[in-house]
Design a protein. Structure first.
Length: 287
């Protein structure tokens, strides 16, 4: 599942930006919401609730003031474990918008790709005071971006830039901070195996053999902890790899072969079903 550009707020001149501040009192998701991904960055800020957040191979029990950066294509999901008040802020922003807001000396997108952000699983934690600051900046951006008053567009860009800089600085100043990863090792290792062999014809038998667990046990544990069947996850990773290859200039047939599809027709069919358009159209839309 991807966040479509139709769902994004067209905030001229940037476009492709959506900021939500949601409070729910009855959002008990249960244990099985599925992994999904976006074609844009998501900056998720946790205010309060009882929540577990999964990003790829990691799972975190969240505490108020946690900030998580999800990069384009990263599989993730959120589980709300009870019906206490759940409050969060989500900012969705495209790579193109980050590039427009960046300067020669301040590359905003690089902050979300650098070593510190990756090593921390894309997560950081702030104090109560910093949390209040973050919420105020996000709400000011939302208010000004929705306003038609004179100068509100400039104010919106100002608050958005402040919010992004604040987020970048969280990671730069928290390189000693670590959090516990509560994802079961078997599920994490299964995901890692798929990533390392995504260009091959992956089978349950090969995973079972390499991880030394029965295929049924691996499948059951994977479904329990991700909400996806293992076959669904493998297909998602292959489609993600194909999109990367198409974006890098590969032909449709090269993208299919390079993402481990043995059958060209199956690649076209699978890609269209997941992405909503055939790979040729997807490649054309990138230009």
């Amino acid at each position: 599942m991807e966040l479509s550009m139709e769902q994004m707020v067209a905030s001229e001149p940037l476009g492709n930006i959506l900021c939500e501040h949601n409070i729910s009192n009855d959002l008990f998701t249960g244990p099985h919401p599925v992994y999904h991904s976006h074609s844009v960055y998501e900056i998720y800020f946790y205010v309060q609730g009882s929540t577990r957040f999964y990003v790829e191979q990691r799972c975190f029990a969240l505490t108020p003031g946690d900030c998580i950066v999800i990069r384009p294509g990263q599989m993730h999901r959120c589980i709300v474990t009870d019906d206490t008040t759940y409050e969060r802020i989500s900012l969705y922003i495209s790579s193109e918008a980050l590039s427009i807001l960046s300067t020669e000396t301040t590359d905003l997108e690089a902050c979300f790709r650098d070593r510190i952000c990756r090593e921390q699983g894309g997560s950081a934690h702030v104090s109560a005071y910093e949390s209040t600051t973050y919420i105020k900046l996000a709400d000011r951006y939302r208010e000004t971006s929705a306003s038609t008053e004179f100068g509100s567009d400039l104010l919106g860009m100002h608050y958005l830039t402040e919010l992004l800089l604040f987020t970048c600085q969280l990671f730069q100043h928290s390189n000693e901070w670590k959090r516990d990863d509560i994802m079961p090792a078997l599920v994490s290792n299964t995901m890692q195996y798929v990533k390392e062999h995504v260009t091959e014809d992956i089978s349950l038998a090969s995973i079972s053999r390499d991880l030394n667990y029965s295929s049924n046990y691996i499948s059951l544990q994977f479904k329990r902890h991700t909400g996806l069947s293992l076959r669904e996850y493998i297909l998602g990773q292959k489609i993600g790899r194909a999109k990367e290859l198409l974006a890098a200039g590969s032909s449709v047939s090269e993208a299919g072969e390079g993402s481990g599809f043995c059958d060209y027709s199956n690649f076209i069919r699978s890609f269209k079903k997941q992405v909503g358009m055939p790979p040729g159209q997807y490649k054309k839309n990138l230009t």
